[in-house]
Write a protein that binds this ligand. Structure first.
Ligand code: HSE
Length: 397
């Protein structure tokens, strides 16, 4: 058990005496944000370790919430700065206020737990390096795959594996929408339902345009290939332009339409991308239903390992957040070390594509890079007006 935070700013150090602090005081948890994920985290923490919860910061302390806490704090900086708080749990999301608070917590050497994939996918490498300097730790199991323990698996159990490929279905909202469309539902209705169920981001364009999946892929690729990795260079196509005809065209061929996010070795290079793709029904990537996710790791030694489960939703995500909090309290190794070396640079993922044009369709004989889909449409346009160009996933390609 820890007796004092590892690094304190001087004013905190002056105000905390190792001899007098109680275990409760130095193990305090401060929760920032009480939305879908934050409120599930709060409920679980108050069930498991009520004595450790020192503060819960929310935008509006007077708004009624389904959390048994009567002292919500309107100032998240106060919660971060509270010397009794050692573990700062960031459930605000986005890269504005959340970023500032995480930086402040790291600067004070506190343990940070976050589900914030936007922040980790854009600034994770240097935040991890910063944390290493201040004695803080940074844990973000919940940033990818909701309840699926993939971050820890990659950083720990698979830490020596030579990973050849990582990825799968990483966004629950788009999977929910495509699944509903597969069952005949309308795109807008399905998206509205995903929003109501709390799966979607506050701006669902982050889901449907593939940003969320690209963030998660960048995080996984960094862990898998052990290089600093951010999502800026990940090529991305979303699902907003897909319609019933696209779903039907796949179903006729025994394929299911999924939003895939994959990074794989190709010779010396790493190919990466987020794209709608047809997947054969028996393939693991075709299996997730509703807001489910699937992540597959293919390694030279371990072969193919498939992790599947709830990829979105308050309680599923909170399960991973709370496990990280418990790990932080136990002082177990930060599972995400800062990676040294050059940033991961990727090339566009390649796959064979189904070109559907008036009067027919064809699967290209060779894989096409994701940034060449329009050029491919122009080539096949000689056969008739092209209606869609959609990758077809095959492990052999
Ligand atoms: N909007 C995200 C999704 C939430 O649908 O997967 C979980 O990261």
């Amino acid at each position: 058990m820890h007796t004092v935070p590892k690094v304190l700013c001087s004013s905190e150090a002056a105000s905390i005496s190792t001899a007098t602090v109680t275990a409760q005081r130095v193990n305090g948890i401060g929760l920032l944000g009480c939305g879908t994920v934050g409120s599930s985290v709060a409920r679980r923490l108050l069930e498991l370790h009520p004595e450790l919860v020192r503060g819960i910061a929310v935008r509006d302390p007077h708004k009624p919430r389904a959390v048994a806490w009567d002292d919500f704090d309107g100032d998240p900086f106060e919660v971060v700065d509270d010397p009794a708080v050692r573990v700062v749990v960031e459930c605000i999301g986005g890269v504005g206020l959340a970023r500032e608070l995480v930086l402040r917590a790291i600067a004070r050497g506190k343990d940070v737990v976050t589900a914030n994939k936007d922040l980790i996918a854009t600034e994770g490498p240097w935040l991890a390096a910063f944390a290493a300097r201040t004695g803080a730790t940074l844990r973000y199991e919940a940033a990818v795959g909701g309840a699926i323990p993939i971050v820890r698996a990659l950083a720990g159990s698979l830490g020596s594996e030579d990973v050849l490929e990582i990825g799968g279905v990483l966004n629950g909202t788009t999977n929910f929408v495509l699944d509903a469309m597969d069952a005949g539902a309308d795109y807008d209705e399905a998206l509205a339902q995903a929003q109501q169920l709390g799966f979607a981001e506050s701006d669902p364009r982050a889901d449907v345009d593939g940003h969320d999946a690209a963030h998660k892929l960048a995080i996984l690729a960094g862990l898998a290939f052990r290089q600093p990795s951010t999502s800026g260079g990940v090529l991305r196509h979303g699902i907003a332009a897909l319609g019933a005809a696209d779903v039907r065209a796949g179903a006729e061929r025994g394929w299911r339409l999924k939003l895939l996010a994959i990074a794989k070795r190709s010779g010396e290079a790493i190919e990466a991308g987020v794209t709608p793709a047809y997947v054969p029904l028996a393939h693991p990537f075709a299996q997730p239903r509703g807001a489910g996710n699937v992540v597959r790791v293919v390694g030279r030694g371990c072969g193919a390992l498939t992790f599947a489960g709830a990829g979105a939703g308050g309680d599923a995500t909170a399960s991973a957040v709370v496990a990280d909090i418990v790990a932080a309290l136990a002082g177990s190794e930060p599972h995400v070390a800062a990676h040294a070396g050059a940033d991961l640079v990727t090339q566009p993922l390649r796959a064979r594509v189904l070109v559907r044009f008036d009067g027919g369709s064809v699967v290209t004989p060779e894989p096409v890079p994701l940034d060449q889909l329009e050029a491919t449409a122009r080539v096949y346009g000689v056969h008739g007006a092209v209606r869609a160009v959609i990758p077809v996933w095959s492990d052999a390609a």
